[in-house]
Design a protein around this ligand. Sequence first.
Ligand SMILES: [Fe+2]
Length: 442
Amino acid sequence: MDLYTLNIENWKARYSSLIESNTLPMLCVGADETQVSLCWHAPKETASAQVELSVNEDMTDSRLFEGRVTEAENDFQSVCRVNITGLKENTVYYYRWNTGNGWSNAEKYETKSFTSHKALVIGDIQIIQIEDGDNSAQISESNYWNNILENALANNPDIACLLSPGDNTNTGKTAEEWQSFLMPPSLRSLPQALAIGNHDKKGTTYRYYTNMPNEFYGKGFFGLDRDFWFRYGDVLYLVFDSTSGSAPDHIAMAKEAVGKNRDAKWRIGLIHHGIYGAGDCIGDKETEILLNAIFTPIFESFDLDLVITGHTHSQGRSHFMKKRKIVGRAESGKTYTDPEGIVYINANSVCGKVVMDYEADYLAYAFMENDVTTYTTLEYKGNQLILETRRGDSGALLDSITLERTKAHNENSAANKLRRVAYNPIKFAGWAYNKITKLLTK
Ligand SMILES: [Fe+2]
């Protein structure tokens, strides 16, 4: 594969050749490590949701997977979605999809180990829209996004998936934001899990460009609202839509996900807003009260190990937090076995967006970095989860911490059960808040 890293001229040529067709596919995480899915736009008259998968580059002996075709956000295309199942670990596959004008070129996708893996966290990718015909910012931002990805993957070839805590697009209203997002060639072989952010919620395009597993629509969610969960090896990922205050739905999703995955060694949360994210989440009444009231009891009573957030464009990692207090210090470079409390990682932004105001000495934070774009890797190895945050350009290590889990989760302890009973007023308040939001949105 060609590396486009730091080569803006190469990137401009790639951008120009791809931006108009609106047909780049998104490879999405599947319900578990043996699955991935594909989502793409094709001409309305000829769209057919078909993917072929083979272990041979010439696509001989391929398996055919068929999915569903649904309406697109425009008049001339449809959206194709196909789930691919039965993948084996550490295997090189090739796949191609029906573009509506024949088969695409074959793309290579290599599965990773199912027993240990790395996940990549990059936050607030937030590709900007074309403004008054000027695409220069979109070109430079997508180039920057590509370069960080290339650097992260070159240094970590064992990354199995990308976790984005949301704000994948800036307006959520234009196809070009998603096409620019999907331009990095490495994304053809990197399954993605994308939480929804407030910027994605400015429009509705997220609905047409993604295909997330186990989507949970709940009873009170509306519009783009949705949570989802997936399993990879020993890890359960719970992805919440923090732009929705519908507490009964969020806790119902956690109950379903945890209930079906009691054997998972790790439970990882992914949401957009930074509960302990330095920035305007601290001191902003609506954000702070809502997030802390709605999400921390869910995270804590279901015994999550780690929560990944974004939104404030400020990189940080917390100490061990419980009920909004530090219950244990988490120093960089150290290993902690069966710690009490949850570590929160707040990702910064890809394109050097404005860092929201924050109190530099905010006590939750063990580590902060705001001068360079960063990425974080989560490495699962045996009983250990190794978190490393690195510079997006050089890959230099900025922060690391190792969590070691030797005990089973205890979401059914008396204290946690009681906490969920005590959550009932929050469920009611969240339900009412959600109803009012829905009325005001109409
Ligand atoms: Fe945001």
